[in-house]
Design a protein. Structure first.
Length: 229
């Protein structure tokens, strides 16, 4: 197994948010330069939203077993403690069964979504990827933000694929593009995650050759990082 293959296996956990901090950081670094993983991420990035439509059972009583019987003859005393423990264990088993059922349904939807994406998008994977250029932003003074950005040329302008780490937590973050005249426009925004990591896709009507810099700022205007093109 090559190093790329090993990191590629992390893609599913990355999309579903199941990676450890170390694996997340390692895959984020890999994603900045790997166009193959970037394309596959774009194909399945909507999977978590699809899974959000998988409802948990609306009638959990259907899956619940009958309550454990109490001591015969309604006796109480030493046996009641054992009965209480049995009730707790029975409830734990019921919850595990319900959770396994829900996870199985979610896994089925995930498999169907990935398969469907492969059937629908498969022919497109044979086409050459659109032209793109990768840039690494420089953190502003006092900022520890790390930002890698790919400018992907599209017929309508430029797609911006950003991989960010060490970003402010819980703050609105905005990416701006600046042209040769100094005119700037917002190309996307997001809310800082608890881990400080985020992969974001932005868009601008400017062509890649018209962009002179990309700035990542807080909503209050503080510059976190700048990439010069």
């Amino acid at each position: 197994m090559t190093e790329h293959d090993r990191l590629h296996l992390l893609l599913g956990g990355y999309v579903l948010g199941g990676l450890s901090d170390e694996d997340h950081r390692e895959f984020t670094e890999h994603l900045r330069t790997c166009t193959v993983c970037q394309q596959e991420l774009g194909q399945v990035s909507g999977l978590p939203r699809m899974l959000s439509f998988v409802d948990r059972p609306t009638n959990p009583e259907r899956y619940a077993a009958e309550p454990a019987p109490g001591p015969p003859g309604g006796e109480s005393g030493a046996g009641s403690g054992t009965s209480g423990l049995a009730d707790l264990l029975a409830e734990a088993r019921r919850r595990r069964r319900r959770r396994k059922g829900w996870l199985a349904a979610a896994a089925s939807v995930a498999a169907a979504a990935v398969f469907g994406a492969g059937v629908w998008l498969g022919p497109g994977l044979l086409d050459p990827p659109p032209p793109s250029e990768h840039y690494t932003a420089t953190a502003a003074t006092g900022s520890s933000a790390q930002v890698g950005v790919d400018l992907v040329e599209r017929g309508w302008g430029t797609q911006l694929n950003l991989a960010c780490s060490d970003m402010p937590v819980g703050e609105e973050i905005v990416v701006y593009v600046v042209d040769a005249t100094g005119r700037e426009s917002a190309a996307g925004s997001w809310l800082g995650t608890q881990s400080g990591y985020a992969t974001v896709t932005g868009a601008t009507a400017l062509r890649p050759d018209q962009i002179r810099s990309i700035e990542v700022r807080t909503a209050s205007g503080e510059v976190l990082a700048t990439a010069r093109t």
